[in-house]
Design a binder for this molecule. Structure first.
Ligand code: SAH
Ligand code: AVI
Length: 313
């Protein structure tokens, strides 16, 4: 049988992506605390590494959220209602998507939005084979920049955004409110949001999730420099940088850095960037929440909490 996917057109909003990547990297590396936005982790290799992270014993987030979905997806689907337009933010491998789609009644159309093009295409191919009657519109875009969705031909259908994985935690609280407001605008009055937040927990659980024994998270972090070498003609020596992840409880976040092991100079697209020994590039934050902080954040963005589900732990 011919895979249905050959006929799935992708909606592409990634105009001038490379130029934006270069600008963000140069701007970020010129700051006193060097930084690179974490959305650039997800090239083809980074997406595979992220999937490996999700399978690590130490990375409790995926397991916990899958448990929540297995137990409660039916109830979630009932609250979403029949005939919805489902829009997923950062759909990744689509594993969590399948559990929700299996319970949804007659969804009109499913629009996964992701910056990782190859990953998006692969997950959409798998979904198309699993849900042959589902209307799929993959959207290759940066959801922080992206505002207009393709016309789905269902102006009256309820729009619901699905945003699992605690990807919201990769945004600082101000940016998170901006993004949640943007989602409210996207779904319109009466629309919905099903979102995953990682709760704050003991350091003995959080720290290993970002410092796994097999070094996959370190490889994921370092791949950012490899990607910059590949795509922006840079000269990062990966052996000269070390992954560092710390749980800064007072700031309610895990901070991830790449630390320069020695004084060194790197060229990026013709520009020179200097590092002192021990200087770092801040590559990601992963915020952890309390039930109160989730309530405050979502209320600030104009959302009313209808229901929440926790895992057994
Ligand atoms: N939802 C999945 C994947 C989470 S990983 C899960 O819960 O396991 C984060 C996903 O969001 C990745 O697939 C990444 O490519 C995507 N992503 C990160 N920043 C993004 C952005 N600004 N715009 C679109 N997709 C983004
Ligand atoms: C996608 N995001 C929620 C992950 C997290 O846990 O913050 C990304 C990640 N970074 C390192 N490990 C996983």
């Amino acid at each position: 049988m011919t895979p249905r996917t050959a006929a799935i057109p992708r909606h592409d909003v990634s105009i001038a992506w490379r130029r934006q990547f270069l600008r963000d990297v140069i701007d970020g590396l010129k700051r006193p605390q060097k930084q690179i936005p974490c959305k650039y982790f997800y090239d083809e290799i980074g997406s595979v590494l992220f999937d490996q992270i999700c399978e690590l014993d130490e990375y409790y987030l995926t397991r916990s959220e899958l448990e929540i979905l297995r137990v409660h997806a039916r109830e979630m689907a009932e609250l979403i209602g029949d005939d919805c337009v489902l829009i997923e933010f950062g759909s990744g491998s689509g594993l969590k998507t399948r559990l929700l789609l299996a319970e949804l009644r007659s969804p009109r159309v499913y629009l996964p939005i992701d910056v990782a093009r190859e990953h998006l295409e692969k997950s959409v191919r798998e979904l198309a084979n699993r849900f042959p009657s589902l209307h799929l519109i993959p959207v290759h875009a940066d959801f922080t920049a992206f505002l207009r969705l393709p016309d789905t031909g269902d102006p009256k259908a309820r729009r619901v955004v699905y945003f699992p994985g605690s990807t919201i935690g990769n945004f600082d609280p101000v940016a998170a409110v901006v993004l949640l407001r943007k989602i409210a605008d996207l779904v319109g009055p009466g629309g919905g949001l099903l979102i995953g937040f990682d709760l704050d927990k003991d350091e003995s659980i959080v720290w290993p999730a970002y410092n796994d024994r097999s070094g996959v998270t370190a490889a994921f972090n370092l791949n950012l420099l490899a990607r910059i070498n590949r795509e922006l003609a840079a000269t990062f020596d990966l052996a000269g940088f070390t992954h560092r992840a710390e749980y800064l409880r007072t700031l309610e976040r895990v901070e991830i850095h790449l630390v320069s092991d020695r004084a060194q100079v790197v060229r990026v697209a013709g520009r020179t960037i200097s590092f002192t020994a021990g200087e770092s590039i801040h590559t990601e934050d992963s915020y952890k929440y309390s039930l109160d902080s989730i309530g405050r954040l979502t209320a600030q963005a104009g959302w009313t909490l209808v229901r929440r589900w926790l895992d057994s732990r």
